[in-house]
Design a protein around this ligand. Structure first.
Ligand code: CO8
Length: 177
C-alpha cells in the first residue's frame, strides 16, 4: 500500500523526508534533540572541540520555556535526560562512530530552571580496548547541564555501543560483528 504524501510531516508516522533511502544526516533532521526539521524538537546546536583527542567535548548554549515544564518553573526530568543523552551522543561523530545509547545514569543535583540561559556539555571519557587490544565498541561519555557560572545542575554517565550504519538505516539497530 502506497503512503499518502499529501499529508504534512507531523500527521504521518514516517515523515515524507524519510521515504526512500534517506541518509543518516537526513534522518537526523528530525532528531528530537537537534533536528532542524522537527517542529516539536529542542533544536539544540552543538560546537565540538577536538583539539585534545583524549578529551573531546560538545557544548550547547540553550534555554527552554514552559513547553518542557515539569516541576513549576523547571525543566521536566525526562527532558533533562534527553538533553544529557543528546550532549553525550554528539561526541560520537567526532569520534567517527555511529553509536546508540545502551545505558545511562543521571544525578539530578538541582532543579533545572526554565527561562534561564544554560550550558549543556558532553565529554568523552573512554573507549576501552577489546581483549586483543583492538579498539572496542563501547564508548563512555559524560554529560552535564550547568548554569553559566559553572554550577552543575545535572550530570550523566553514558555507555554508547557502536552499530552498523546499514542496520540502522534498515531500522534494525544491531551491533558490529
Ligand atoms: C545512531 C544515531 C542516533 C543517535 C541518537 C542519540 C542517542 C540515542 O538516544 S539512541 C536511542 C536510545 N537507545 C536505543 O534505542 C538503543 C537500544 N538498544 C539496542 O539497540 C542495543 O541494546 C544496542 C545496539 C545498543 C546494543 O546491542 P548489543 O550488542 O546486543 O548490546 P549488549 O550485548 O546488550 O551490550 C553491549 C555491551 O555493553 C555492556 N553493558 C550493558 N549494560 C551495561 C552497563 N550498565 N554498564 C556497563 N556495561 C554494560 C554489555 O555487557 C555488553 O558488553 P560485552 O560486549 O563486553 O558483552
Amino acid at each position: 500500500m502506497s503512503k499518502d504524501t499529501t499529508l504534512p510531516d507531523n500527521a504521518r508516522h514516517t515523515p515524507i523526508s524519510m521515504d526512500g533511502n534517506p541518509t543518516i544526516d537526513e534522518r537526523a533532521n528530525h532528531c528530537f534533540g537537534c533536528g532542524p526539521a522537527n517542529p516539536q524538537g529542542l533544536h539544540l546546536h552543538f560546537t565540538t572541540d577536538t583539539s585534545n583527542p583524549q578529551a573531546i567535548t560538545a557544548t550547547c548554549h540553550f534555554q527552554l520555556d514552559r513547553m518542557h515544564e515539569g516541576p513549576p518553573g523547571h525543566i521536566h526530568g525526562g527532558i533533562v535526560a534527553a538533553l544529557l543523552d543528546e550532549a553525550m551522543s554528539k561526541l560520537n561523530r567526532p569520534l567517527n562512530v555511529l553509536a546508540m545509547t545502551r545505558h545511562m545514569e543521571i544525578d539530578y543535583l538541582r532543579p533545572v530552571p526554565l527561562y534561564k540561559p544554560l550550558v549543556l556539555i558532553g565529554r568523552h571519557l573512554s573507549r576501552p580496548a577489546k581483549a586483543d587490544g583492538t579498539p572496542g565498541r563501547k564508548f563512555f561519555h559524560q554529560g552535564e547541564i550547568q548554569l553559566p557560572d559553572g554550577t552543575v545542575l545535572a550530570r550523566s554517565k553514558g555507555l554508547f555501543i557502536a552499530i552498523d550504519e546499514k542496520l540502522l538505516a534498515a531500522g534494525l539497530a544491531q551491533t558490529e560483528t
